[in-house]
Write a new protein. Structure first.
Length: 641
């Protein structure tokens, strides 16, 4: 029985274990696509634990660049930097593969300086204009895949992987969504893929493995009601790829812009969501098959390989959260792993065209710059609030040698993560991963933790700390309701303290969206009411992070009635009166669940800020945002006290 720690042979490569880095773009390169020191260190760090480092999607020509700081293999000038990158990976003990891609209509004119191209004029983005490739232009692009392969080989890489997934040009030709109206040979949706593989193999020569990463299913019919690539088609082409000489198949799913929650599955999705595709492909090919997607659980990773459901596991977000994950697994240090939450902050950053970051790992990609150095003068530090921000600040300051006491007014650490991870019928429990890790680390640290203690200005004066960190979080916004109305608040519902009836009106279409789904799955009749025109975009759900997509779908699937542009006018024991664009309307309700947002709980900070001390206010106490802000600000303060 194989294990994830066993070596595996891929083509002529002997890979030391079954871990691979997934080749997701991080936006760390120079704007012309060149390698820099940040890229070198980041890949060296991640390569220390994996067997195969599949380096990020790299554009084969300038008009194929999707992201501003995407890595490039577009000309011979790229070879020297790529050689440095391959060398760093090799010194860390891993094999190096370069993934190559052309973005096609994923590209934007503002980045490439020309019209994006595609199989047809059908755009990827609203308002976009696309040039439909001629046969000759398509053949030239395919030839550039071959040239990029040769450059990777010259740079010292051990292999190359073709990006044929998530909406890039190869997938556009494979998909009935974009490959429309053609009359040449590329009207056959698999010809572009097969010709590209053939060209790459020709340029690679002997003993240089070529892999292919595929979107096994676009899920278009399910999610968008329009045709998309289906798994039956992908499964049928895999034996052909093997016969051509492809060395491995990397089984992903979904596409950018249409079904991103399948391409980058958020925390709502089950762990190992794409393993089923790898498992099916393994039954029709004899080459190694790599699985990817929501694989942050070490026990699941081990089980997938032991059960033969895939030959390797590819990790992107789990390695962003903890680059040492494979090393810690091999050493049995499971409790020390910072398990990815699937929050997709990294993805939101990427699609804002800036570098990836992570709430689990605030030093990610800046490890050298953010190295924790001993404090020149150890200080007495008082951290007030045991949520994510407070714990992060306390732990970071203590690692630098400060004498830290953390105060929490309740009997548990974790703050709002205890609530956000507790929806009864919606899978969000991994939002507590960071708090859990911080608790474990605090238990091993020098931080003194004082529970069930609410700090007052007088206590601060008595303790005489050298520095104070206020991380008191937020409080719920309240709504004036008449007596006799069964009104409950979101946090009470999540804490299991609320009695909720059968007909529920949820006030607040942003903070209340997840509650509406959960309540509907409990069998309740739910109406979601929002004063604005949009729903499901609270501060902690990032708009470009593939989390809002499934949430909106769940609301529809669970038949939640959605009323926007309405405000509460009145309520009785059995109904809610709303005022909106069509006048007054009454909605039957035996319970009103109030989820209209949060506001900073910073009265303590206001009371002590003017007393001349070194005082910091972080997280929601400073401004209501997400767990990212709390974690990063806590880390920053801990580094700077």
């Amino acid at each position: 029985m194989p294990t994830v720690y066993d070596p595996i042979k891929i083509g002529n490569m002997m890979v030391r274990n079954r871990f691979a880095t997934a080749p997701t773009v991080k936006n760390f390169a120079e704007e012309d696509g060149r390698v820099n020191s940040r890229y070198l260190y980041q890949y060296e760090l991640e390569a220390r634990g994996v067997g195969l480092a599949i380096v990020t999607m790299s554009f084969t020509e300038n008009r194929g660049q999707v992201f501003r700081r995407q890595l490039g293999v577009q000309d011979d000038k790229a070879i020297a930097g790529l050689a440095d990158l391959a060398d760093r990976i090799h010194k860390a003990g891993a094999k190096a593969a370069l993934q190559i891609s052309h973005g096609g209509n994923l590209c934007s004119e503002s980045i490439i300086g020309a019209l994006p191209v595609g199989p047809s004029e059908k755009p990827q983005w609203p308002g976009q204009k696309v040039h439909a490739l001629t046969t000759e232009e398509t053949e030239a692009i395919i030839e550039n895949y071959g040239k990029a392969t040769a450059r990777a080989k010259e740079a010292g890489f051990d292999a190359v992987e073709l990006h044929a997934c998530h909406g890039s040009l190869a997938l556009q030709f494979m998909s009935p969504l974009h490959n429309i109206g053609r009359t040449d040979k590329y009207a056959d949706r698999m010809v572009f893929l097969l010709e590209t593989v053939e060209t790459m193999l020709r340029y690679a020569g002997s003993n240089f493995p070529i892999g292919v990463r595929l979107s096994c299913h676009e899920f278009m019919e399910e999610d968008k009601g329009v045709p998309g690539l289906r798994f039956e088609e992908v499964l049928a082409i895999c034996p052909t790829l093997e016969k051509m000489g492809v060395a491995w198949i990397h089984a992903s799913a979904g596409r950018i812009g249409h079904t991103p929650d399948h391409a980058f599955p958020p925390l709502y999705e089950p762990r190992g969501v794409n393993v089923r595709f790898a498992e099916a492909i393994k039954k029709v090919v004899h080459i190694p098959v790599i699985t990817v997607g929501r694989l942050q659980d070490p026990k699941l990773i081990e089980k997938i390989i032991e059960e033969g459901r895939a030959d390797m596991v590819a990790l992107c977000r789990p390695l962003i959260a903890d680059p040492e994950l494979p090393i810690k697994m091999a050493q049995g240090r499971y409790n020390e792993i910072r398990q990815c939450m699937g929050c997709n902050w990294c993805l939101d950053r990427l699609f804002k065209q800036v570098g990836c970051e992570c709430p689990m790992n605030p030093a990610y990609s800046w490890e050298q710059e953010y190295e924790l150095k001993p404090a020149s003068t150890p200080k007495k530090v008082m951290v007030i609030g045991g949520g994510v921000g407070g714990m992060q600040a306390a732990l970071t300051a203590a690692k630098r040698g400060h004498h830290v006491t953390l105060y929490e007014k309740s009997g548990v650490l974790g703050g709002q993560s205890n609530l956000s991870s507790a929806y009864p019928r919606l899978y969000t429990r991994e939002l507590r991963n960071l708090a859990r890790w911080l608790e474990n680390e605090l238990a091993k640290s020098t931080v003194k933790v004082v529970m069930n203690t609410e700090v007052t200005p007088q206590m601060v004066e008595q303790e005489k700390p050298d520095a104070v960190v206020v991380a008191t979080g937020a409080k719920e916004c309240r709504v004036a309701l008449p007596e006799g109305v069964n009104a409950v608040y979101l946090w009470d519902y999540l804490a299991g303290k609320a009695q909720v009836g059968q007909k529920v009106v949820v006030l607040g279409g942003h903070e209340g969206a997840e509650a509406a789904v959960s309540l509907a799955r409990e069998g309740k009749e739910v109406t979601l009411v929002e004063e604005g025109t949009e729903i499901a975009s609270p501060a902690y759900i990032y708009p470009g992070a593939a989390r809002r997509e499934p949430l909106l779908r769940y609301l529809k699937q669970e038949n939640v009635k959605i009323l926007t542009s309405r405000r509460l006018k009145g309520a009785t024991a059995g109904a809610v009166v709303l005022e909106g664009p069509y006048g007054e309307e009454t909605v039957a309700a035996d319970t009103i669940l109030v989820a209209v947002g949060r506001e900073p709980d910073n009265a303590l900070y206001q009371a002590i800020a003017a007393r001349g001390k070194e005082i910091y206010c972080i997280g929601d106490a400073k401004e209501v945002r997400s767990m990212v802000s709390a974690s990063h600000e806590g880390f920053w303060v801990g580094r700077h006290i």
